[in-house]
Design a protein around this ligand. Structure first.
Ligand SMILES: [Zn+2]
Length: 287
């Protein structure tokens, strides 16, 4: 894997946070993580949720009658504790999604929250016990085949104490939607998800886009076009393989702008056709 420092991402952020009392997106050079936090007490979290339910922040028009207020209060009382959050980071390859995820996780950890990072065990490029960015940043993580197995692997008790869960390469997890919904809605976790929104053909990749309706914030990062240096929104596959999930780095993929995505696809398709035709001729002449 090549360090692609020249493709450091530039954030085109459309973040909007409605339920975010904490979420400083400040980078820190320190890489240490406090996995067990003493400051984040689940009891306190539950108590604050309880009290926040007592005073639902619902403003009613003046002409609404008592019955509406009563109904609103009943609705508030029947809701689950609204303490979790879901934040989604998408973009092409080499846009700095993992770097952004690790910085956010690191920041949460420095603020005393208990954190864990999950990645798919399909991606074995750097080993399974750590997560590494294209520019060399590295943190420990949990590699699992699917998200539903995380709680058991991590331990139920340890899971209960977790405040923040980071998910990298989220396009590889089919159960992303259910996991995020349960973790944020039911378990009160802050879930930060990083993944590709589109594959090399710019089709929706995995379940990443499915969780947008669950999200507090969505951030689309961009890279630098490897050909012209303009902002890159897409990932061009340089090789001829056609499967959607083909894990690789700068040897197989490059970030490109729209113009160079379109022209690049034409070049690659043409090359593929030429190669296929050549194989046919070879087969015919040898058969
Ligand atoms: Zn370009």
């Amino acid at each position: 894997m090549l360090p692609i420092s020249k493709m450091k991402s530039f954030v085109s952020s459309s973040s909007f946070s409605t339920l975010s009392p904490y979420f400083p997106i400040t980078a820190s050079p320190t890489l240490s993580l406090a996995y067990k936090s003493t400051q984040c007490n689940p009891i306190f979290t539950h108590l604050s949720n309880f009290f926040s339910l007592k005073t639902p922040r619902v403003s009613l028009p003046r002409n609404e009658g008592f019955s509406t207020q009563k109904r609103t209060a009943q609705m508030g009382a029947s809701l689950s504790p609204p303490s979790g959050e879901v934040h989604v980071i998408v973009g092409p390859m080499f846009a700095g999604k993992t770097t952004s995820l690790l910085r956010r996780i690191q920041s949460e950890s420095i603020n005393g929250r208990s954190v864990a990072i999950i990645k798919s065990n399909k991606d074995t490029r750097y080993g399974l016990d750590s997560i590494v960015t294209h520019d060399g940043m590295k943190l420990p993580c949990w590699a699992v085949p699917n998200l539903s197995s995380f709680k058991q692997k991590f331990g139920e008790g340890a899971y209960d104490k977790l405040d923040v869960i980071g998910i990298d390469e989220a396009q590889f997890f089919d159960d992303l939607y259910d996991f995020c919904r349960e973790a944020a809605d039911m378990d009160g976790k802050t879930v930060i998800v990083a993944g590709l929104d589109g594959d090399y053909l710019r089709r929706s990749f995995g379940s990443v886009l499915d969780i947008i309706p669950l999200a507090d914030s969505v951030t689309k990062l961009t890279a630098r076009c490897e050909i012209c240096g303009n902002r890159a929104f897409f990932t061009l596959r340089k090789t001829e393989e056609k499967e959607t999930e083909l894990i690789g780095g700068a040897d197989m993929y490059m970030p490109v702008c729209r113009q160079h995505y379109v022209s690049g696809q034409v070049v690659i398709e043409t090359a593929r056709t030429v190669v296929e035709e050549a194989h046919k001729v070879e087969f015919t002449t040898t058969a």
